[in-house]
Design a protein around this ligand. Structure first.
Ligand SMILES: NC(=O)c1ccc[n+]([C@@H]2O[C@H](COP(=O)([O-])OP(=O)(O)OC[C@H]3O[C@@H](n4cnc5c(N)ncnc54)[C@H](O)[C@@H]3O)[C@@H](O)[C@H]2O)c1
Length: 361
């Protein structure tokens, strides 16, 4: 399912990056986690790229085990001759084998509520899945993005947090399955680069949000969107004082594609996000404004999930100096604007859904 908001966002990124993306033309791109939030947006970006390059489109292999992302996220792309969809698990050997030029490895479980319920599956995707992708990259790919997480820093004592901060992470708590396997995934990337010069770049996303996220995945922005669509109240399962730096998905993807195209980024890890640090409570109030009903109530409650706040970092804000120095990148979309775009996209999806239902009679 795609909306006009997503289509415009994807076209915007392709237009902003212009000739930098030329190496994608005629190449093969493997996207893992393709039905997920971020992987799905990359698919739409590649679709927008191919619209601009009809003579030499990129061939795209979209891979997902559909454990989290639904197949419907890709339904609008299945008729494209340049897309192959593979239902498969990245932690298993790739059969039949594949020789991609570029790998965008986004398969994992992004939602804390879902990975806490599936701890071994997330470890397998983050460790064995990353290892398999590195092996594939080592066989001749031109570049690979491996998605790690800002969670590798745990609850940091240095904020804004630079890439060389080593983290303050529980290795046995309920979030450790995710945090520690992301850390080991990074160790694998650094090791492949050290041993083989494998052209992998590690991305540490900081709270990416936008259209295309599953509204029931338990992350804060989808929770707020769902509540806003229902007319409120906007319920926060904390006291709202912790901070996050929310990065709109088109800004995020633009920075990632710049890095993918830059050999200077090989073997490095980069924070990718927005430097605008806001409290969770402020995000709630911004959503109320974005909804068009600023009087919508923001409520603070206790989650029924016992581990909801265990090892939850208090502050989360990236130091983006390294990224900026190499790419010149700065996020464009402010939180209030991004929430507005997100909400419009879900409203569009809801309207399309009800139109479809009406058409089916
Ligand atoms: N969205 C964020 O704010 C954020 C923040 C930090 C890190 N990340 C990382 O970015 C990447 C993408 O995040 P997202 O928000 O799109 O997550 P997501 O959960 O929405 O999507 C991940 C996709 O991977 C698929 N998947 C899971 N295990 C798989 C496996 N073994 N084989 C094949 N597919 C599998 C899921 O079905 C899902 O469609 C992940 O690595 C995530 O950890 C995201």
């Amino acid at each position: 399912m795609i909306t006009d908001v997503i289509r415009r966002d994807a076209q915007g990124v392709v237009d902003n990056l212009g000739r930098l993306l030329d190496p994608l033309a005629g190449s093969t791109v493997l996207v893992t986690g393709a039905a997920g939030f971020i992987g799905g947006f990359f698919l739409d970006l590649l679709d927008a790229f191919n619209d601009r390059h009809p003579g030499r489109p990129a061939r795209v292999v979209a891979m997902d085990n559909f454990m989290v992302g639904p197949p419907e996220r890709l339904s609008h792309l299945l008729s494209r001759p340049w897309v192959t969809c593979r239902a498969g698990d990245v932690s298993r050997p790739l059969v039949p084998p594949l020789q991609p030029d570029w790998i965008i490895h986004a398969a994992s479980i992004g939602s804390p509520s879902i990975y806490r319920a599936n701890p071994l599956e997330v470890i397998a995707a983050n460790v064995q899945g990353t290892w398999n992708m590195l092996d594939l990259c080592h066989q001749g790919a031109r570049g690979m993005l491996s998605f790690s997480s800002s969670e590798v820093y745990g609850d940091p004592s240095v904020v804004p947090t630079p890439e060389d901060y080593n983290g303050n992470v529980s290795f046995t708590g309920p979030r450790a399955c995710y945090d520690e396997s992301k850390r080991l995934g990074e160790t694998l990337c650094a090791t492949y680069f050290r041993l083989h010069r494998t052209p992998v770049k590690v991305i540490r996303p900081f709270n990416v949000y936008g259209p295309g996220q599953r509204l029931d995945d338990g992350r804060i922005i989808p929770d707020l969107v769902r509540a806003a669509l229902a007319g409120g109240p906007l319920v926060l399962y904390s006291d709202g004082r912790a901070t996050r730096s929310f990065c709109y998905v088109s800004d995020f993807a633009e920075a990632c594609l710049m890095l993918l195209m830059m050999p200077e980024a090989d073997g490095h890890a980069f924070n990718v996000g927005n430097a605008e640090e806001v409290s969770i409570a402020d995000a709630g109030h911004a959503m109320a404004e974005a909804s068009g009903d600023p009087s919508m109530k923001v409520e603070f409650r206790v989650s029924s999930e016992a581990a909801y706040l265990v090892d939850n970092p208090q502050r989360r804000c990236p130091d983006l100096t390294k990224l900026h120095r190499l790419t010149g990148f700065e996020a464009r979309v402010k939180v209030r604007e991004g929430l507005g775009r997100t909400l419009s996209s879900y409203r569009e999806e809801r309207d399309l859904g009800s139109l479809r239902k009406a058409a089916q009679g």
